[in-house]
Design a protein around this ligand. Structure first.
Ligand code: NAI
Length: 360
């Protein structure tokens, strides 16, 4: 079997537990992975003066494939998200998040099988922000008023929402290519083009152009984001591949995860032309970190996506089957899983991981 060098950023919070679980399961599947551990996050700030050291970026550039645990981002103040920086630095323009019902995982539906394709580089995540009361914010407010574009209250903070033709075209083409490669039938574009005509409106216009160019086996439709949320909650089976601008894609990922049993089950991948970084949808869960309570399924399923990407589909398939077996048995599940029999104590992260390894 081929050996693969993969960069691992264990992350912080529950990332330390879920990353260790993921490594154990991947090793037990027989995949030959040489893990190269890279640093990122608050813990390395002091040593490197940045939460994302250059050597971490360089390691991923050299190895091309990485998997990471979640990294805590301070809210409101402090450093910007390492995750967002990594996506920008490596031009990981597509965030791919498959959402599938796992029998026994406590989802509200049994027939969810959809894929979220989220634009990963711009929109309100561009990180272009103006602090309330700063000189720049006041200048911008004056500029906008002078141009007759509207009055913004002087005590406002401002975040900019850029959406470009190029990035939209890239992500919608990615969604169509992915749909074709996976034998899927429908691409849905989600937006709020009725209100934000020059950002979401552009996203929808470009999506329609790409759909027209790709007219053929794959159908195309669109939904306004608020109606989409209702449609998802009422009948998620109507969706197949869904393409979003960055922020709606982020929110919809958690919504979709909630429909199939929670964040503990939702894997993801950040993909660019040259590199791929795999990571679960969830964050570092400070409320349960260090207690051996985390559900590692999402990170293990992210590793399955990584194994597919590396050409180790057989190992990925065996791990997915083992996960299904453990959920179907229902006797060794972590506490976040809703259908867990309350008379049985929840399994720890390590007990659950062992159950998967035993089921391989
Ligand atoms: P979160 O996803 O960490 O937690 C939300 C809720 O879900 C919590 O109650 C948590 O206990 C639960 N949860 C999440 N993952 C779980 C798992 N695997 N097993 C069992 N329960 C799980 O979201 P939150 O609290 O908004 O963010 C915490 C930190 O994580 C923040 O600093 C945030 O910026 C960061 N974050 C990092 C991400 C990344 O590195 N990719 C993604 C999302 C958030």
């Amino acid at each position: 079997m081929t050996r693969h060098a993969v960069v691992l950023i264990p992350g912080d919070g529950i990332g330390l537990e879920t990353s260790a679980a993921m490594q154990d399961v991947v090793a037990a599947s027989g995949a030959q992975i040489d893990w190269e551990i890279a640093k990122a996050g608050a813990a390395v700030m002091e040593e490197y003066g940045t939460p994302l050291p250059d050597e971490t970026i360089q390691m991923i550039k050299d190895r091309k494939v990485a998997i990471k645990g979640p990294i805590t981002t301070p809210v409101g103040t402090g450093f910007r998200s390492v995750n967002v920086a990594l996506r920008k630095e490596l031009k990981l323009y597509a965030n791919l998040r498959p959402v599938i019902s796992i029998p026994g995982a406590g989802g509200r539906y049994t027939d969810v099988d959809l894929v979220i394709v989220r634009e990963n580089t711009e929109d309100l995540y561009a990180g272009i922000e103006f602090e309330e009361g700063s000189e720049e914010a006041l200048e911008l407010i004056d500029f906008i008023r002078e141009r007759g574009k509207g009055d913004i209250a002087k005590d406002s903070g401002i975040s900019i929402k850029p959406i470009s033709v190029t990035a939209t075209r890239n992500i919608v083409e990615f969604a169509f290519d992915y749909a074709k490669a996976q034998g899927r039938k429908l691409v849905t574009c989600v937006h709020k083009a009725n209100i934000m005509k020059h950002s979401d409106g552009l996203f929808l216009k470009v999506a329609r152009e790409v759909a027209e160019e790709r007219a053929g086996a794959i159908e195309f439709n669109d939904r306004i984001v608020d109606a989409f949320c209702m449609n998802m909650v009422m009948d998620p089976s109507q969706f197949d591949v869904i393409v979003f601008p960055n922020l709606y894609g982020d929110i919809a990922s958690d919504l979709a995860a909630g429909l199939v049993g929670g964040l503990g089950l939702a894997p993801g991948a950040n993909i660019g032309a040259d590199y791929a970084v795999f990571e679960a949808v969830h964050g570092s869960a400070p409320d349960i970190a260090g207690k051996n309570l985390a559900n590692p399924t999402a990170q293990i399923l992210s590793a399955c996506m990584m194994l597919d990407h590396l050409g180790e589909q057989d190992c990925a398939r065996r791990i997915r089957e083992a996960i299904k077996k453990v959920y179907a048995a229902g006797t060794c599940l972590t506490g976040d899983i809703r259908t867990r029999d309350r008379s049985v104590a929840p399994a720890s992260c390590t007990e659950f991981t062992k159950a998967i390894i035993d089921a391989l």
